[in-house]
Design a protein around this ligand. Structure first.
Ligand code: NAD
Ligand code: UDP
Length: 321
């Protein structure tokens, strides 16, 4: 007999997934973490392995999965441009076949299912800040499309399973999230700047550095995901989850330099293709439907992230650039 809530987390050994595993275990859930370790790391969940309510399975979501559970967080997918562009066909498969397999599983079990969608569905947005009713501006054949279009198609599948099969779905559009356990080599801006600053290497600003992003601390984000999963069946989303505080990449670099006390210089490099110029979530819907808004200020979240990377570098973890 199962008294605990049985929760399946795909991509549970990844950056965000590992916090979800931790938080849900602390709430008494029985957690099944599945991951193919493409970008995830055993290090992220090492402290959970062997604990009573935690189970780890190596599995690729592009293949069907037959397990029993009550709810599914579908987090599996590389999230950083460097990682998702390494094997773009697999990235699209992970989003699309992964969604089909997990939706099929949810349908058989009548389980609730949450999709980790992304602000990338808005592409290079022409409205600012982005609201959920905006359809986006995505280049369907560019180098980011494997991720953006894969995630857009996954949203389509979620809403078709909802309409066609009455599935209980939840779609979260996650904006840039950062914090300890980010992959040190993933090329994302927060990890890049911090590692560069700590090593005294030049800080690589792409373009002029005037493009903006809004950064959400991982614990705030995970709180939002859990609130969404726990919300009533009428709340399906899509729902933006992110921190509305908007910064240019130059501002971010200066903040990192100040907090690390580093004397690294800024260096300017070409802007990657289709790099969105601005991004900021409108979180009115999350506030109204979930009573959620982020609490951690960029400065405080960066300080914790810097401490994590500092320890990692001192441990001698190899960081290739
Ligand atoms: P991450 O790369 O750290 O985690 C993704 C996890 O999925 C990894 O553990 C990886 O090994 C696993 N994975 C990848 N392909 C898989 C497959 N085919 N089968 C099984 N496991 C697979 O990334 P993250 O930042 O933790 O992102 C988690 C989710 O949140 C992703 O779906 C991502 O698209 C979404 N998201 C993240 C951000 C962000 O800023 N971090 C923003 C928007 C959306
Ligand atoms: N960026 C940068 N220097 C870096 C890495 C990224 O200036 O070393 C820029 C990048 O061009 C983008 C922003 O930072 O405009 C965020 O990039 P990231 O890859 O973190 O996420 P995404 O573009 O997916 O939001």
């Amino acid at each position: 007999m199962h008294l605990e809530q049985r929760t399946l987390i795909t991509g549970g050994a990844g950056f965000i997934g590992s916090y979800l595993c931790e938080k849900l275990l602390a709430r008494g859930h029985d957690v099944l973490c599945i991951d193919n370790f493409f970008t995830g790391a055993k290090r992220n969940i090492a402290h959970l392995i062997g604990t009573k309510h935690f189970e780890l399975m190596r599995h690729d979501v592009t293949f069907p999965l037959y397990v029993e559970c009550d709810e599914i967080y579908n987090m599996a997918c590389p999230a950083s441009p460097i990682h998702y562009q390494r094997d773009p066909v697999q990235t699209t498969k992970t989003s699309v076949h992964g969604a089909i397999n997990m939706l099929g599983l949810a349908k058989r079990l009548r389980a609730k299912i949450l999709q980790a969608s992304t602000s990338e569905v808005y592409g290079d947005p022409t409205i600012h800040p982005q609201t959920e009713d905006y359809w986006g501006n995505v280049n369907p054949i560019g180098t980011r499309a494997c991720y953006d279009e894969g995630k857009r198609c996954a949203e389509t599948l979620f809403f078709d399973y909802y309409r066609q099969h009455g599935l209980r779905i939840k779609v979260a559009r996650i904006f840039n999230t950062y914090g300890p356990r980010m992959h040190p080599n993933d090329g994302r801006v927060v990890s890049n700047f911090i590692v560069q600053a700590l090593r005294g290497e030049p800080i690589t600003i792409y373009g002029e550095g005037n493009q903006t992003r809004a950064f959400c601390y991982v614990e705030d984000l995970v709180d939002g995901l859990i609130r969404l999963m726990d919300s009533g069946d009428d709340i399906v989303g899509p729902i933006n989850l992110g921190n509305p505080g908007e910064f240019t990449m130059r501002e971010l670099a200066n903040e990192v330099l100040e907090l690390t006390g580093s004397r690294s210089k800024l260096t300017f490099m070409p802007l990657p293709a289709d790099d969105p110029k601005q991004r900021q979530p409108n979180i009115t819907r999350a506030k109204a439907d979930l009573g959620w808004e982020p609490k951690v200020k960029l400065r405080d979240g960066l300080a914790k992230t810097i401490a994590y990377f500092d320890a990692l570098l001192k441990e001698g973890v190899v960081v290739d650039r």
